[in-house]
Design a protein around this ligand. Sequence first.
Ligand SMILES: [Zn+2]
Length: 409
Amino acid sequence: MEKLLPRFLEYVTTDTQSDPYSKTTPSTEKQWNLAKKLVMELHQIGLQEVSIDENAYIMATLPSNVDKKVPTIGFISHMDTSPDFSGKNVKPQVIENYDGKDIVLNKSKNIVLSPDYFEDLLQYEGQTLITTDGTTLLGADDKAGVAEIVTAMEYLVQHPEIKHGKIRIAFTPDEEIGRGAHKFDVKKFGADWAYTMDGSQIGELEYENFNAAKANITFTGKSVHPGYAKNKMVNAIGIANEFMSLLPVREVPEHTTGMEGFFHVHKIKGEIEKAEIELIIRDHDAVHFEARKELLKEVVDKLNQKHGDYVDLVIEDQYRNMREKVEPVFHIVEIAEEAMKSVGIEPIIKPIRGGTDGSQLSFMGLPCPNIFAGGHNFHGKYEYVPLESMQKAVEVIVKVCELTARQIK
Ligand SMILES: [Zn+2]
């Protein structure tokens, strides 16, 4: 366990920022730098079947040490960091015995991590926090997860008295640009189920996420000199405006929380001849989700009936709520819950207002809830992680392995 911190510091100081505009996998060459180090390390700690494919997906095995047949389970985290904020030259600061006051991240730039703004800090008084120096992100998302999985595997190798089935682990590139699961070889991984170690604060356990779709609406107009436009001009901007006015005003991200879904118009551009709207649809409930898509179609039909055929709608599904894949095998959530409780953590189970790689993997045949990795304030300079939360995550992984071997006959 004493290697957890140095391991984490080593990973975060290796830049692995991904790039949404790249067409390659991994999206950036530099992700290989961490990938290669990890492959060496996995050999070193004594794992077997260590593999890395041409897309930098790493897999490895901790063999079973029991005679009976036990399900094969997996743990997954991602190596890349968000394109939203620099991950270059990360200079982590380790603050021992946190006193509950402001943390000056960067004196010359006056960047302060304050519990006045980030109240969550207060629950970590007396603990060891790892922060940035205010100029980069930290990369606890998800290198905390990587360090936790490696450390847990090392612990199990060194403690053969803890009985477990076959454990598979995987590290993926490009999660932050939505492609972490795309080239994941579920068959090769060969686990009955898995957990992504990619949640935020200690205790988080997630098996529900949004159903997601995006829509492009194109409005075609007819430009005529404004002075002579009566009954001739069709203003695409005007129809686009009418379209917006027909969407439910309160069902937007800024007015919704918990299990409430929304429409989110995130781009609009227009001229008389042509206007375009891009929006996303999010809803945990599959029936409501379909109803939202229907509503868009009705609005568009209505406008086309009124003005002539000037509006075109294209809806594309993005990802689905993993709940429908996890519910039939709900023991996989219960095992994680029990593992947390047995190491003194109260599980925080709440629906994700977004998606995870686990949701894609669940629909690819690998049910995959998400467990906390411990960090806060992802994708920015205020990102931090308490060492104690990471240690607890290691304990949870070990316990999940142990409980799976004990409970499943
Ligand atoms: Zn992540």
